[in-house]
Design a protein around this ligand. Structure first.
Ligand code: SF4
Length: 331
């Protein structure tokens, strides 16, 4: 969701070099941004306060003599290293009492009620100015070599059809479409596209969930959860013919490659964190209780997700895939 900010920073300063400071678990996403020249991995940037570590990090940053720094998280601790690194312009939202640490502050009011992408993108503009209507959609760069290698590793040729299911959502169960629904969807997909490989992609923590989905479906699904690096997962999603996910990081990855996709929303709000892509469709029931933004359903029934029927998701994906076939020139 930060990529449009990076694209705008590049647009306003085309000769500027942009580096990202990121925790290792998301470094691959920044590495896939065409505008980023280098990614510095720092394990503690979002973690505990660890002042000694932040001091060491700031010394590394100081050597690089940055002119400007965009601090995306709202926390106090995330603003400490850029301050100690003496970066002249430190731009961010007001956040947690960071008056001294951030010296070009945005109050976030202009982005209130608007998608999260715009909340970050507003940092590219002068504080207090209205956010333009035309914020670009997130876009990641294709990498043919990496895509070929990732497909090869799972035994897929470049042209073989691939449908990706991402059943995880780090936030909690109230954002995860039930396993039985993913399984029913997988059966519908197998019936419709018997020639396609259906792969379940996610982290090692989602492996047992994916195993359950494969068992419930009775189909030959490829359970790749925990078997790919994030960089490989990104490369596979970039080449997928269709993607179905919850509201998760991989949903935004699929959108950033404009893959035909369906995003299933439960306790969260697609007006806040939508997949910003012309080929994405959203399944959201907008019940009276939603969005509640809870990790677990406080009402105990999880109707917001249980009532999203697999055939509805299947039809949405079919439409998105047909649309792509009709509008994209063959490659
Ligand atoms: S309260 Fe409503 S929106 Fe929240 S998790 Fe439960 S069913 Fe979903």
């Amino acid at each position: 969701m930060a990529q449009p900010l990076v694209a705008l920073v590049k647009r306003f300063d085309p000769d500027g070099r942009i580096e990202a400071l990121a925790p290792p678990h998301v470094a691959a996403v920044f590495a896939a941004m065409a505008e980023i020249d280098d990614v510095i991995e720092a394990p503690n940037v979002h973690g505990r306060l660890q002042l000694a570590d932040r001091w060491r990090l700031s010394r590394r940053l100081r050597e690089r003599r940055y002119d400007r720094c965009y601090v995306l998280p709202n926390s106090l601790k995330s603003a400490i290293a850029p301050f100690l690194a003496l970066i002249p312009q430190r731009i961010g939202h007001r956040g947690e009492a960071r008056y001294l640490l951030i010296n070009r502050r945005h109050d976030g009011e202009a982005a209130k009620g608007r998608p999260m992408v715009e909340f970050y993108a507003q940092l590219a503009f002068e504080a207090g100015t209205p956010i333009p209507a035309s914020i670009p959609n997130p876009a990641l760069a294709r990498d043919a070599g990496r895509e070929r290698a990732a497909r090869l590793r799972i035994g897929l040729a470049a042209t073989e059809p691939l449908i990706v299911l991402c059943p995880g959502a780090e936030f909690g169960p109230a954002k995860r479409w039930p396993a039985r629904h993913f399984a029913a969807l997988a059966s519908l997909l197998t019936e419709e596209w018997p020639e396609a490989t259906i792969a379940l992609i996610g982290s090692a923590r989602e492996r047992s969930l994916a195993t359950e989905i494969a068992a419930l479906s009775g189909q030959e699904l490829r359970n790749l959860c925990g078997e790919t690096s994030l960089s490989e997962a990104i490369a596979l999603i970039a080449t997928a013919n269709g993607v179905v996910s919850n509201d998760s990081g991989l949903m935004h990855v699929a959108a950033a490659f404009a893959r035909p996709q369906v995003a299933v929303f439960g306790s969260s709000d697609p007006r806040h964190t939508p997949p910003r892509s012309p080929r994405a469709s959203v399944e959201w029931l907008h019940l009276e209780c939603s969005p509640c933004f809870e990790r677990d359903c406080p009402l105990g029934h999880l109707n917001c997700l249980n009532r999203i029927a697999p055939p509805a998701v299947f039809e949405s994906l079919r439409r998105a895939m047909r649309f792509e076939t009709a509008t994209r020139p063959p490659r």
